[in-house]
Design a protein around this ligand. Structure first.
Ligand SMILES: Nc1nc2c(ncn2[C@@H]2O[C@H](COP(=O)(O)OP(=O)(O)OP(=O)(O)O)[C@@H](O)[C@H]2O)c(=O)[nH]1
Ligand SMILES: [Mg+2]
Length: 433
C-alpha cells in the first residue's frame, strides 16, 4: 500500500456517497498530482522579508515588483515554459513574455509580464480593487525545468493577506515551503503562529534567513542559533529531525547563499522528489478526511434537527429557490456572462451553509467565466442550477416521504463512511511515519 493507492481508495470511497462529490473531485486531483509529479514550492513569510527579491534572484531577472512597503498583493505562480515557445510568442507579438491574471469572478486576462505590477503590487492594486485571485507567469528559468512551480505569496500578517487567497490557503496547496525570515527582525508572534499552523501541510520546509548583508559574521552566528532553537521548538522536532533541519543564510539582494539554496532544492527534488510529493499528498488527504468528518457531523445534525426547525428552514430554502426562479422570467434580453452564473452559485452555497450548516459546492470553472451566453442559454443553466440544488436538498434530507427507517439507514451509511475514513486515516498516518 502506498499513498497513491490510498488516495485512489479514498476517491472510490467518496464516489459511493452522494454527499461527497467535492471530496471525490479533490482526491481525484491529488491522485493526478502524484501521477504528474509536478512539485509546487511556495515562498512564505511575513511582509518585507524579501520573498519576492529572492524569487527574482533565483529566476535571474527582475520579473516581479519588490519594495520597501508591503508590495505583493496576490499569489503569483511561476512555471517553466519552453524557451522556444516563449521566443515564438515574443516574436509573434514583439513584447515580453505574457502572464495570465485570474480574477475572483472567474475571468482571466493575458498581460505582458512587464505590466504585472499593475495587478500584483499593493500600490497599484490597492485593497485588491481589481479583484485579482491569482497570477500565472511562464518563464524559461533553468531552475523551474522539470516541472517545479515556484510561488510568490503576500506577506503573512499584512493587510493584503485578507484581500486575496492568503499565504495560509496557499500553503495548503504546496508541496514544499521556503519559509523566509530576516536578520533585521527577531522571529515574532505572527511568524510563530503561522509556522505552528502550516507545519501540518507541507511535505518539506526550507528555512531561509535573509538580509545577511546587514550584519557581521558574529551577529549572524548568534541570530542563526537563536532561530534554530526557536524553530525546533515550534515545529516540535525530535533530535534527529532537529539535526536534519536546514537553515540557510542568504542575501536575496546580493545573491549570497542563493545558489546553495537552489542547489539544495534541486538535489532534494532529484533524490527524494517522490517522497516529498507523497508526504505532501498524504498530509492533504488527512486534512480532507478530517474536514469530511466535520461535514458528516453536521449532516447528522441536520438529520436529527427537530422537525419544526427543519421544516422552517426547508421552507425558507424552497421559497428562496422559488423567488430566484421567478427572476429568470424577468431577465432582460441580451448577453450574459458566465461569471454572473458563478456569482449566483456562490450565493446559493452561502445560503445553504447559513440554513443547514453544511458545505454545498458547485463546480466553477474559472477558465470559462468570460464566456458570453444568450439570454435563453443563461436562463437554462440557471434553471439547471436551481434544479440541482432542489433535488439535492430533497434527496439528502429526504424531507417529504422519509420515514424513520430511511433516516436510520442514512445515519448508518454515514457511520460506515466514518468508519472507513478512520481506517484510511490510520493507514496514511502509518505511511507518513
Ligand atoms: N539589505 C537587504 N535588503 C533586502 C534583501 N532582500 C530584500 N531586501 C529589501 O527588503 C525590502 C522588501 O523586499 P521584498 O522582496 O519586496 O519583500 P517581500 O517579502 O516580497 O514583501 P511583501 O511582498 O510585501 O510581503 C525591499 O526594499 C528589498 O530591497 C537583502 O538580501 N538585503
Ligand atoms: Mg513580495
Amino acid at each position: 500500500m502506498n499513498i497513491l493507492e490510498t488516495t485512489i481508495k479514498a476517491r472510490e470511497l467518496f464516489s459511493e456517497f452522494e454527499l461527497c462529490r467535492l471530496q471525490e473531485q479533490e482526491t481525484q486531483k491529488l491522485a493526478e498530482r502524484l501521477e504528474n509529479k509536478k512539485i509546487t514550492i511556495a515562498v512564505i513569510g511575513q511582509f518585507k522579508r524579501g520573498k519576492t527579491t529572492l524569487i527574482n534572484t533565483i529566476l535571474g531577472s527582475e520579473l516581479l515588483p519588490v519594495g520597501i512597503v508591503p508590495i505583493t498583493a496576490a499569489i503569483t505562480r511561476i512555471e517553466y515554459a519552453d524557451p522556444g515557445a516563449v521566443k515564438a510568442a515574443e516574436a509573434a507579438v514583439k513584447t515580453e513574455p505574457t502572464a495570465t491574471v485570474y480574477f475572483t469572478n472567474g475571468l482571466s486576462e493575458e498581460v505582458p509580464a512587464a505590466d504585472l505590477h499593475e495587478y500584483i503590487s499593493e500600490q497599484e492594486n490597492h485593497d485588491n480593487e481589481r479583484g485579482v485571485a491569482e497570477v500565472e507567469l511562464l518563464t524559461d528559468a533553468d531552475f523551474l525545468k522539470g516541472g517545479l512551480t515556484l510561488v510568490d505569496t503576500p506577506g503573512v500578517g499584512s493587510v493584503h493577506e485578507q484581500n486575496s487567497k492568503s499565504a495560509m490557503d496557499f500553503a495548503r496547496e504546496s508541496d514544499g515551503v521556503i519559509f523566509m525570515i530576516s536578520v533585521d527582525s527577531p522571529l515574532n508572534q505572527i511568524e510563530v503562529d503561522f509556522l505552528r499552523k502550516v507545519r501540518k501541510f507541507a511535505g518539506k520546509f526550507y528555512f531561509v534567513v535573509n538580509k545577511i548583508d546587514r550584519v557581521d559574521e558574529e551577529e549572524l552566528a548568534e541570530y542563526m542559533d537563536y532561530c534554530r532553537s526557536l524553530i525546533v521548538g515550534i515545529m516540535d522536532l525530535d533530535d534527529d529531525e532537529a539535526k536534519a533541519i536546514k537553515l540557510l543564510p542568504v542575501s536575496a539582494r546580493k545573491g549570497t547563499g542563493v545558489e546553495e539554496l537552489t542547489e539544495l532544492i534541486r538535489e532534494d527534488l532529484l533524490t527524494r522528489g517522490a517522497e516529498i510529493m507523497e508526504r505532501s499528498v498524504g498530509l492533504k488527504l488527512l486534512e480532507i478526511l478530517n474536514n469530511t468528518r466535520t461535514q458528516i457531523a453536521s449532516y447528522r445534525e441536520v438529520l436529527k434537527m427537530a422537525p419544526n426547525v427543519f421544516n422552517r428552514r426547508f421552507k425558507e430554502m424552497s421559497l428562496l429557490l422559488h423567488n430566484q426562479r421567478e427572476q429568470i422570467g424577468n431577465l432582460e434580453d441580451g448577453q450574459y456572462m458566465r461569471a454572473r452564473l458563478n456569482e449566483e452559485k456562490a450565493f446559493l452555497t452561502r445560503k445553504v451553509r447559513e440554513l443547514f450548516g453544511i458545505e454545498y459546492y458547485y463546480y466553477v470553472d474559472r477558465g470559462e467565466a468570460a464566456e458570453l451566453m444568450r439570454r435563453d442559454e443563461y436562463a437554462a443553466e440557471l434553471t439547471a442550477v436551481y434544479d440541482e440544488l432542489e433535488s439535492t436538498i430533497n434527496s439528502i434530507f429526504m424531507y417529504k416521504e422519509e420515514n424513520a427507517y430511511a433516516v436510520a439507514r442514512r445515519i448508518e451509511d454515514l457511520n460506515i463512511l466514518i468508519h472507513e475514513m478512520r481506517k484510511l486515516t490510520r493507514q496514511i498516518e502509518r505511511e507518513l511515519k
